[in-house]
Design a protein. Structure first.
Length: 86
């Protein structure tokens, strides 16, 4: 369950009791053929993206997303223009 900053003013609250904002953290959101089946299928990533969107909309004040890595399978990225970023 989400805890409102107004319930615990010491955690992320401004003086007026309003939240400063939220952020999402995601890691290991990639795709592994050995665990998830067809490596060319984007179902895994799309499912995670949809859940992130739902959380983003529920919170209503997400300011940024932290990606802690281990996200591109099976061979990583080729560079900043790699289509896996899309």
């Amino acid at each position: 369950a989400n805890t409102s900053a107004t319930e615990d003013p010491g955690q992320g609250a401004r003086a007026d009791g309003k939240r400063k904002g939220s952020f999402l953290v995601v890691g290991d959101w990639g795709f592994d053929e050995g665990l998830h089946g067809n490596v060319n299928d984007t179902t895994c990533q799309k499912t995670i993206a949809q859940r992130m969107l739902e959380q983003f909309e529920e919170l209503g004040d997400v300011r940024f997303i932290i990606n802690v890595g281990d996200s591109f399978y099976p061979e990583g990225l080729k560079g900043k223009d790699d289509p896996q970023w899309d």
